[in-house]
Design a protein around this ligand. Structure first.
Ligand code: F6P
Length: 364
């Protein structure tokens, strides 16, 4: 019997359960494979006692439509920087990757499928270089991995952000207000750009295109006749303020390495006020609502395709790869290639041209 271990790492994302289900269902067609799930990314193997569960067709019943992950996840630590509390109460991080690989051998794990974003796949690559039989499945609502046309979870996040724009339009119009909607995406403006086009926003601010606040003021003015009118601005959390800075704070959470983005919406509001915009301005921060709940059909399908392909790579012994979507195919790329460059919006892309053609202002 061969043993496959599945885990989910990084921030959660709609479609994780659909991948787990697809792996388990595909594996169940093979007599010589069993699947286990590791709880909370690699923590389940790193902890004592070990936290690992059996995964079979019964355990994945009904999870196709469920958001989150039945295995739990974390975006802190990992085998190369595992948080450990010292005797004086302070925390340090240690590299426990060799120990973990030995434990996986002891547990009889023949292959690992790591479902996660760029941070998780960097861990996959390093473990593969240490000899672990590992395959990556890309997930992130940010869609910032260049090897794949789309990551699952992204379209669901865009749908949620678009619905938020639709809702803000009605309240903005009733009150003649300017509304700023702050959306996620880290350093990529994809969620903002897609939802601005889909929701018919007036202004879209993304990290990849620096803005001039005077241009935004001019655009807002065109949306009002005297005091009547409204204006919808979608801003990506990673957009830089007029001073060229990302807005957020360093996290105090142990093992959390990311700069915690958030606050560009309020910062932008202040800039508009300082620049002389006199209309009422309100800010809505969509936050984790973009990551929760049921995946839309596109993401369920993509996640299922990724799961089946990942299992088939494991069965073929084709390790060190990440599954990817290159329309219309699901392919395998090396983890090395997968992590080379982030997938960011480019100013000369057709999507930006479309947005500009529709009159959406970027402030450039
Ligand atoms: O990478 C996914 C993402 O949702 C980003 O869009 C966002 O900046 C970050 O994770 C939020 O992380 P956390 O869940 O740790 O607040």
């Amino acid at each position: 019997m061969k043993r496959l271990m599945v885990l989910t790492g990084g921030g959660d994302c709609p479609g994780l359960n659909a991948v787990i289900r697809a792996i388990v269902k595909r594996a169940s067609k093979e007599k010589d494979w069993e699947v286990i799930g590791c709880i909370e990314s690699f923590n389940g193997v790193l902890r004592e006692p070990t936290e690992i569960i059996e995964l079979n067709e019964d355990s994945v019943k009904g999870i196709l439509v469920q958001g989150g992950t039945i295995l739990g996840t974390t975006n802190k630590g990992g085998p190369f920087s595992y948080p450990v509390k010292s005797q004086d109460g302070t925390w340090t991080t240690v590299d426990v990757s060799d120990q973990m690989i030995r434990k996986l051998e002891y547990l009889g794990v023949d292959a690992v499928i790591n479902i996660g974003g760029d941070g998780s796949q960097r861990i996959s690559k390093r473990l593969y270089e240490k000899g672990l039989n590992i395959i990556g499945v890309p997930k992130t609502i940010d869609d910032d991995l260049s090897a794949t046309d789309f990551t699952f979870g992204f379209q669901t996040a865009v749908q949620i952000a678009t619905e938020a724009v639709d809702k803000l339009v009605t309240t903005a119009a009733s009150h003649n207000r300017v509304f700023i909607l702050e959306v996620m995406g880290r350093d990529a403006g994809w969620i903002a750009l897609h939802s601005a086009i889909a929701g018919g926003a007036d202004i879209c601010i993304i990290p990849e295109i620096p803005y001039n606040v005077e241009k935004l003021k001019e655009k807002i003015a065109t949306r009002y006749k005297k005091d009547r009118g409204f204006c919808i601005i979608v801003v990506a959390e990673g957009a830089k303020s007029a001073q060229g800075k990302r807005v957020g704070k360093e996290s105090q959470e142990v093992g959390y390495e990311n700069f915690r983005l958030g606050g560009i919406g309020e910062a932008l509001k202040q800039e508009l006020v300082d620049c002389g915009v006199e209309h009422d301005i309100r800010v809505s921060v969509l936050g984790h609502l973009q990551r929760g709940g049921t995946p839309i059909a596109f993401d369920r399908i993509l996640a299922s395709e990724f799961g089946v392909k990942a299992f088939e790579l494991a069965m073929a012994g084709d390790f060190g790869k990440m599954v990817a979507y290159r329309q219309p195919n699901i392919i395998a790329v090396t983890l090395e290639d997968a992590l080379k460059e982030p997938h960011l919006v480019t100013e000369d892309s057709d999507l930006v041209k479309t947005a500009k053609g529709l009159g959406i202002e970027f402030g450039d």
